[in-house]
Design a protein around this ligand. Structure first.
Ligand SMILES: *[C@@H]1O[C@H](CO)[C@@H](O)[C@H](O)[C@H]1NC(C)=O
Ligand SMILES: *[C@@H]1O[C@H](CO)[C@@H](O)[C@H](O)[C@H]1NC(C)=O
Ligand SMILES: *[C@@H]1O[C@H](CO)[C@@H](O)[C@H](O)[C@H]1NC(C)=O
Ligand SMILES: *[C@@H]1O[C@H](CO)[C@@H](O)[C@H](O)[C@H]1NC(C)=O
Length: 380
């Protein structure tokens, strides 16, 4: 355990030398903040604009935030679970039907193998004044912590599911309730030997025939060509898209629209990073010593007309890596206006660029301040 911390700190020191982040702080506003402690773990913006978030601490819950693009957003609890304590991610599989991942963890981020499965949240009864129907569809007994979920673009009732513990992707048919292995690529999906928790492949997205994923401790995004049915294309292998200069990369999304700019939430250092198709990574919002995006975990673009350049970012409130070593808050949803960043827009030149010089030595100092009781969430 001690060795692990040593290696982690050493790699952090190595990063400190390489960091030369220039941030364009994009304009942002808080849409809704939940109570302390609430660890939001994922975000999905439905076609009707409703934002669904799931939680993994202090319990497994699903919330819906409506009217996020107005001055009066409203948050409502959809459900809090008794039988599981982690709801890791959620996606819409058919109109008004969502699939999400849930299971049990022994401590934050430590999934109990065999307890995770794909669940369904069926909102259709609400149209007639009824309650949503929630049920577990498929348990994966030989799986570990299921982290990310994505629907196949051409058959949304089939989902790809990342298994962070086993380092692979399952293919789950939510209609016939069957699952099978879809993609396994140890080098890019498994957690590295020095990881403090057995947590590898995390967020998942499909764009233009590729499956993209993040491997969190490697702070990297990878991709592989897949078939329309969600299997690896013949002969395809996982390839590195980008390694971010950060200690951790939680989840990411691609956009806006069909743009393949990657927007990543770095979690441990409270930032949002944008990687343009030419491979340039730019930290566009948040800062290691600010609460702005404290514990940024998951971004997702708005879906309503006029709101598709708004990136909604869910946060954990920095529960695992408190800001300045001690400061945490309730998780929140922050709306980031990305229009100033998009490469081809004329606003880019006119927007003032605020330089951000990373104070040398601050990373290790910052990390050494983290109370052991917080690190223990990761080490248990
Ligand atoms: C679940 O967690 C939330 C905070 O995220 C808290 O407000 C709520 O009371 C908890 N519910 C139960 C049943 O413990
Ligand atoms: C990329 O994003 C811009 C700004 O939102 C949009 O105008 C354009 O249509 C997008 N391109 C694609 C291919 O979706
Ligand atoms: C963290 O510490 C730095 C340096 O003292 C300070 O500028 C910053 O405001 C602090 N952050 C918070 C959220 O208090
Ligand atoms: C943006 O610029 C790139 C290269 O400068 C070009 O290939 C691309 O077509 C442009 N996109 C739009 C939407 O104008």
């Amino acid at each position: 355990m001690v060795t692990n911390i040593g290696v982690l700190l050493l790699s952090l020191l190595a990063f400190t030398i390489g960091i030369e982040a220039v941030s364009l702080p994009l304009p942002l506003r808080v849409v809704h903040q939940f109570s302390l402690p609430t660890y939001l773990n994922s975000i999905f913006v439905r076609p009707n604009g409703d934002i669904y978030v799931t939680t993994v601490w202090p319990n497994a819950s699903i919330y819906c935030v409506s009217d996020a693009n107005t001055d009066t957003p409203t948050a409502s609890l959809v459900h809090t679970f008794d039988e599981i304590n982690a709801a890791t991610s959620i996606v819409e599989t058919e109109p008004d039907v969502l699939a999400f991942l849930g299971g049990k963890q022994s401590s934050l981020g430590m999934g109990i193998p065999g307890t995770f499965g794909v669940w369904q949240l069926d909102l259709r009864p609400k149209a007639h004044g009824g309650e949503p129907i929630i049920q577990e569809l498929v348990r994966i007994p030989e799986g570990g912590l299921l982290a990310g979920i994505e629907a196949l673009p051409d058959s949304r009732s089939i989902v790809l599911v990342s298994d962070s513990t086993m380092g692979l992707v399952w293919r789950v048919d939510t209609r016939n309730r069957k699952y099978e292995l879809a993609v396994k690529d140890d080098e890019t999906m498994h957690f590295p030997p020095w990881a403090v928790t057995p947590f590898g492949i995390n967020g998942l997205h499909i764009l233009n025939g590729y499956l993209y994923w993040s491997n969190s401790y490697l702070a990297s995004v990878y991709r592989i060509a897949i078939t329309k049915d969600g299997y690896a294309a013949p002969g395809a292998h996982g390839e590195l898209v980008k390694r971010i200069q950060a200690v951790y990369l939680d989840t990411f999304c691609l956009g806006p629209g069909d743009n393949d700019t990657i927007w990543g939430a770095t979690d441990a250092d409270n930032r949002l990073v944008a990687v343009t198709p030419d491979g340039t990574a730019t930290f566009v919002a948040g800062a290691p010593d600010e609460m702005t995006l404290a514990g940024s975990v998951a971004p997702g673009f708005g879906t309503l007309p006029g709101d598709t350049d708004t990136l909604y970012v869910a946060t954990s409130g920095a529960m695992v890596f408190p800001v300045n070593g001690t400061i945490i808050e309730g998780g929140k949803i922050v709306a980031v206006d990305t229009r100033g960043f998009l490469p081809n827009q004329s606003t880019k030149e006119s927007r003032p660029v605020i330089g951000f010089n990373f104070p040398s030595g601050s990373w290790p100092e910052y990390l050494l301040q983290i109370p052991m009781r917080y690190l223990s969430y990761l080490l248990r």
